[in-house]
Design a protein around this ligand. Structure first.
Ligand code: DC
Length: 223
């Protein structure tokens, strides 16, 4: 497999990270979860009591506490300045604030730069909201994954249960709809399908079916 870049964008819980990880494993590519980077800054803001509205102080956090990933037998681990925060960044307090933190241009500039460096050598599967439009506009393959709010809330509810996070289904649905709105209405790099991205609606599809569909798209582009 040629060392191409695959950009996977879409709203919260559309299945991006699940399929991105499978594709990265199958192609022996590097997987980069950009949402984890915005979550890490949000976690740091809570930890160091930086206001979610303080753009400059938040951008400083990204410089002071570098975010790194490490592969382990338990999957990908996330670190901020060496501290392991893999589970902490999935907690509801981080999820509730991450859209506000990620809307700041200065925060995005720092993280987009870091994401481009991670992708420099190619052979990458990167998921997020603005990968195809802003981070890697030259990516050879761009996928825009969507699914109904109802189905995404069901997936997140199940995931939470498995992780022991207790959250009401209706509250999850509401939180997803709110994040959809904030992520697609912010002024800097909003969530939007790139003109050259392939739309894949995963509502009612199994993970295997989505992976197969994306591999078909990759093949159809001659890779
Ligand atoms: O994919 P996720 O739910 O872990 O992402 C968390 C938040 O981070 C999401 O609500 C918006 C933001 N995000 C972003 O603005 N740009 C990205 N490339 C990835 C995530």
């Amino acid at each position: 497999m040629e060392k191409i870049s695959i950009a996977i964008d879409g709203p919260a819980s559309s299945g991006k990270s699940t399929v991105a990880k499978i594709l990265a494993r199958d192609f022996d590519f590097i997987y980069v979860d950009t949402g984890a980077m915005y979550r890490a800054i949000t976690f740091l803001a809570i930890k160091y009591q930086v206001a979610f509205s303080d753009e400059s102080a938040l951008a400083e956090l990204t410089k002071k506490y570098p975010i790194t990933f490490k592969q382990s037998v338990h999957g990908q681990l996330v670190f901020a300045n060496g501290e392991e925060i893999t589970q902490a960044i999935r907690q509801p307090d981080v999820t509730a604030a991450v859209s506000e933190v990620s809307a700041h241009a200065k925060v995005r500039n720092e993280l987009v730069e870091a994401q481009r460096q991670l992708a420099e050598a190619g052979g990458i599967v990167m998921d997020g909201r603005d990968i195809g439009t802003t981070v890697l506009p030259e990516a050879e393959v761009k996928i825009f994954l969507v699914a109904s709010v109802e189905e995404r809330a069901q997936r997140r509810y199940k995931e939470n249960q498995e992780k022991g996070i207790d959250m009401d289904f209706e509250a999850i649905k509401e939180a997803i709809a709110k994040r959809d709105y904030l992520d697609s209405h912010r002024s800097v790099s909003p969530l939007v399908q790139a003109a050259d991205a392939q739309l894949v609606d995963t509502t009612g599809m199994s993970i295997d079916q989505v992976v197969t569909k994306i591999k078909e798209v990759i093949c159809s582009k001659g890779f």
